[in-house]
Ligand binder design. Structure first.
Ligand code: G6P
Length: 369
């Protein structure tokens, strides 16, 4: 079937707006909504039997894997090693005896990810493929297909595949936590309910598009932009910076908030917008104090947090802008905070007049090394 833009100016805009629906669909693959429990997946990884998990991917899919690392540690007490596939395939990886690995890929055809998968498989790992295109090579070569069901993604910059990867990975994590005896039965039900809330919350965030577009105005004129986050917001900062540079060609860097003083703070002046991703989780106060270090040096901060978080931050200095998000369980924060980040990049690119769906030099799927 031919995929059309419909009422949207770009595929990217359409795909951003499909997220409530496709994230909901992704979750149906993992969660029984009536029972509020995770469901078995064919040939799934036996999380109770492993003592370490390897996660690898490229680009945006890699950042989804980085979020999953934090989740697996918190909710399943499972040690996770992450690496980008182009490094993993050439490292002298020490594979565990009974290992398992997750490879994440929208297309299922990325050359480095496929090569890394084949290597891990040859070393005896049980391979899970978190893939969008079910008939792809990675989906076929994995021992277990974890589908994300995002539907065709046409825009080169990945959006809905990212949030569907996150929703799928979060569900896999909950199942792993149950299997490993870390998540009790009633906690499984609670976390499943939290995940099933994500589509409605995503829809609520999308209604704020006009105000997020106004914030993008502060970004579109910049030469450099910094994104800061801590915990699961750190990979969202990396993804925010990637999204912005991919489609607006503005130089952007994502940093762990605590690393600010180890380098990037030297760049701070009134011309460098600093986008701070700070949901009200256990890292909030720490990230806030990093933001205050930026404000104290005359930097311009754009804060993404809850209404209470934004109010609290405003006590400490003048924000250039704020994007207010719903107060939610920290589990789904990365899924929700991904969206304003996408919309900011999208609107900055529209303001600059770049080719949003087909940015220069980039390919949707990198099938050669
Ligand atoms: C390219 C695309 C990115 C994508 C990456 C990995 O760089 O432009 O959007 O994240 O490849 O692709 P995959 O299909 O393996 O997720």
């Amino acid at each position: 079937a031919i995929v059309e833009k419909g009422e949207y100016r770009h595929f990217m805009a359409k795909e951003i707006h499909q997220q409530p629906e496709v994230v909901g669909r992704a979750l149906t693959g993992y969660i029984d909504a009536v029972e509020g429990r995770t469901v078995p997946i064919e040939d799934e990884i036996d999380f109770a039997a492993i003592d370490r998990l390897l996660i690898s991917a490229c680009g945006t899919a890699y950042y989804a894997g980085l979020v999953a690392k934090y989740w697996f540690e918190t909710y399943a007490r499972l040690p996770v090693e992450t690496d980008i596939a182009s490094e993993l395939r050439y490292r002298d990886v020490v594979y565990p005896e009974k290992g398992a690995a997750l490879f994440i890929s929208q297309s299922g055809e990325t050359a480095d990810t496929l090569a890394a998968l084949r290597e891990a498989k040859a070393k005896g790992c049980h391979i899970g493929g978190v893939v969008n295109v079910p008939e792809s090579t990675i989906a076929r070569e994995a021992d277990c297909l974890y589908p994300i069901q995002a539907g065709p993604e046409i825009g080169v910059a990945s959006t809905k595949a990212f949030t569907c990867q996150l929703a799928s990975l979060a569900s896999i994590v909950v199942r792993a936590g149950v299997a490993r005896g870390v998540i009790a039965p009633d906690e499984e039900v609670r976390l499943c309910r939290v995940l099933l809330e994500a589509p409605r919350q995503l829809a609520a965030i999308l209604t704020q598009e006009a105000s997020i577009a106004a914030v993008a105005d502060h970004v579109a004129g910049a030469r450099d932009v910094l994104y800061l986050g801590r915990g699961t917001s750190y990979p969202i900062a990396l993804e925010g910076a990637l999204k912005l540079k991919e489609i607006s060609y503005i130089h952007a860097e994502g940093y762990a908030a605590g690393e600010l003083k180890h380098g990037p703070i030297a760049l701070i002046d009134e011309r460098v917008p600093v986008i701070v991703i700070a949901p009200e989780d256990r890292h909030f106060e720490k990230t806030l104090s990093n933001m205050q270090e930026v404000l104290a040096r005359g930097g311009r901060c754009i804060l993404l947090s809850t209404a209470a978080g934004v109010a609290r931050a405003q006590e400490g200095g003048d924000l250039t802008a704020a994007i207010t998000l719903p107060a939610i369980d920290p589990l789904i924060a990365p899924i929700l905070y991904a969206v304003p980040i996408q919309l900011m990049a999208y609107h900055a690119a529209v303001i600059k007049g770049t080719d949003v769906d087909q940015p220069r030099n980039l390919a949707k799927s990198v099938t050669v090394e």
